[in-house]
Write a protein that binds this ligand. Structure first.
Ligand code: C2E
Ligand code: CA
Ligand code: CA
Length: 562
């Protein structure tokens, strides 16, 4: 896929050494030119000294008296030596300066190089690891799986992928609080690490989910033995504050190559097995094909998502958001489209969750970001239109420490100003790890990127809480907007939300506006921005330009009409 390059030049070290040698040469040249000037001054001093000495000794300014003075006056002999001393000293100085410059420059380069390496290492580690537990995250698990597959294929071995989920973890979080929940997770990791030792790999793949890759197994019995050991080690109660806490887990397993030969498929199979384990007596299940049969469509998609990314098969549509009163375009929201050769158009509501579960979401989002900004640049250059854009962010991407750097790099590549970009984040995503989200959102707003809270109303969080976020806009979920004319409770919710959001200084977008009646009602309630099929459907980039041309004429006509 047209994934942008990292802008990291392979010629950096070559350039460094070129810079380095040119600095050295220019210092050396300056020392040499100082020495030449010194020698010149010394020669002039010799000439003047000789003429003056001739005058004082023999009474005239002739060449003859100057020659005589040179022959007889031994002070002049010392003066004569000066140009030689200067040129010799100059040569030495220039060599010494060059050597010192060499030493300083290479010393600094070493320090800088060491610093850059350490930073790179830290960045790579935090992208691949979970902040709470330090374990590899889902994205890293995917790389580990790809590596495991290659190795096992080469050695003709089997391996197992286990997915472990803590039962009723949300309840623990809700009743005991997030910090107790984190405590339980840390204890969980300690215990799992005792069992899943090298060459096994342990990863945290979700809030309450872990995965273990178990290399080189003979058959299912090996896996069952390991599962028994895991259950034994978790049997001892956990501690939450002073209280003991019983923790139960459900475990699913999938085997390579017997059950799947691709990383994404194995992840999905182990996941399905874990879900089925939740309802079984011993809370453990191997994947079997009956679990996957009902959803062959999903399996087909998982197998092909990576290929679609690599072959650039995703496209973007853009849905306008318009000012409620004037109906002028405010911005557009980028929505991803995937046309599958057999399944035809696959809705994002189907494939986005799959990319999230298989660790492909960051790659997809960075493609969306890059492509959206590229499109903005094209609109600007070819149509002279500056259009504000918003992209949707999933939680994994929001928690990726690389995100702010990528955003600023891609903005720079396409020469797009940061205030032309917004990110839409759902409130449930933010609630999952509010502290870390806040850090990233702050970093984005510092760049100048706007933050919008998507699907507002579906996550049960209060506006007072969300006010602490650096957001400038909320989008009322379309499930409330749809029924404002028929449901009193939805009407009350939407109306109150608009007022409250305004009190907090937030702009309000109503999404899913499907009729003029709804649009006018929202307009009356003071809603700022409208989005929905009634205003415009998501459009491809060329359709958007056509829509804009037509839309502007209609609305300008409406405006200028008496
Ligand atoms: P969303 O962010 O709430 O996007 C709005 C969805 O509502 C879009 O569906 C849009 O086509 C649809 N919509 C717009 N106006 C109306 C209307 O008047 N009535 C109705 N019934 N629907 C309307 P779409 O494109 O199928 O996207 C669905 C969801 O998929 C999005 O919901 C978003 O959560 C997710 N999504 C799409 N593209 C991306 C992406 O690039 N990254 C991420 N993370 N999520 C994406
Ligand atoms: Ca959205
Ligand atoms: Ca939405």
């Amino acid at each position: 896929m047209a994934e942008p390059s990292q802008n990291r030049s392979p010629n950096t070290s070559l350039k460094n050494s070129r810079n380095h040698s040119s600095t050295r040469q220019s210092l050396q040249a300056r020392a040499t030119s100082l020495a030449i000037s010194g020698t010149g001054i010394a020669i002039i001093a010799v000439v003047i000294g000789t003429i003056l000495a001739g005058y004082f000794q023999f009474g005239d300014f002739s060449i003859a008296s100057a020659i005589k003075a040179q022959q007889q006056n031994f002070v002049l002999w010392i003066l004569d030596a000066m140009p030689f001393i200067f040129s010799f000293w100059g040569q030495r100085m220039s060599t010494m300066v060059a050597r010192e410059a060499d030493a300083i420059v290479s010393d600094q380069t070493e320090v800088l190089r060491a610093k850059a390496k350490a930073m790179e290492k830290r960045a790579a580690h935090s992208t691949a690891h979970d902040a709470l537990t330090g374990l590899p995250n889902r994205i890293e698990l995917n790389s580990l799986l790809l590596h495991g597959i290659e190795q096992s294929r080469h050695r003709a071995e089997k391996f197992a992928l286990l997915v472990i989920s803590i039962d009723r973890f949300k309840e623990i979080n809700r009743t005991l609080g997030h910090s107790e929940g984190d405590q339980v997770l840390r204890q969980m990791v300690e215990r799992l690490q005792q069992v899943a030792q090298y060459p096994m790999s342990l990863a945290r793949v979700g809030g309450d989910e872990f995965a273990i890759i178990v290399p080189n197994i003979d058959d299912q019995k090996d896996v069952q033995t390991l599962v028994r050991r895991i259950k034994d080690t978790l049997h001892r109660p956990f501690t939450s504050g002073e209280f003991p806490l019983a923790i139960q887990v459900s475990i699913g397993a999938a085997l390579y190559p017997d059950q799947g030969e691709e990383a994404e498929l194995l992840t999905l199979y182990a996941d399905l097995a874990m879900r089925s384990a939740k309802t079984s007596n011993d809370r453990f299940a191997f994947f079997d094909s009956t679990m996957a049969k009902p959803d062959t469509r999903q399996l087909k998609m998982v197998g092909e998502l990576r290929k679609a990314l690599e072959n650039n098969l995703f496209t973007l549509h853009f849905q306008p958001k318009v000012q409620a009163q004037s109906r002028q375009l405010v911005s557009v929201e980028a929505l991803t489209r995937w046309f599958h050769p057999e399944l035809n158009q696959v809705p994002p509501e189907e494939f986005i969750p799959l990319t999230e579960r298989t660790g492909l979401i960051n790659e997809l989002t960075y493609w969306v970001l890059y492509e959206t900004l590229r499109q903005c640049a094209e609109w600007k250059n070819e149509y002279q239109r500056i259009i504000k854009v918003a992209i949707n962010l999933s939680s994994q991407t929001l928690l990726d420490p690389e995100l702010p750097d990528r955003v600023s790099a891609y903005l720079a590549i396409h020469n797009i100003s940061a205030n032309q970009l917004a990110v839409e984040v759902t409130e449930t995503v933010i609630m999952a790890d509010a502290a870390r989200c806040l850090q990233v959102l702050n970093a984005l707003t510092e760049l100048g990127v706007e933050v919008s809270i998507d699907d507002f109303g579906t996550g049960y969080s209060s506006l007072a809480y969300l006010k602490q976020l650096p957001a400038s806009e909320i989008k009322i979920d379309r499930s409330f907007v749809r029924d404002i004319l028929t449901s009193d409770s939805d009407a009350t919710i939407v109306r109150a939300t608009i007022q409250l959001a305004h009190n907090f200084g937030l702009q309000v977008v109503a999404e899913g506006v499907e009729s003029e009646d709804i649009a006018q009602q929202l307009q009356k309630w003071g809603c700022d921005i409208l989005q929905g099929y009634h205003l415009a459907r998501p459009l491809d980039p060329v359709e958007l330009m056509a829509w804009l041309g037509k839309h502007e004429t209609t609305h300008q006509a409406a405006f200028t009409a008496p």
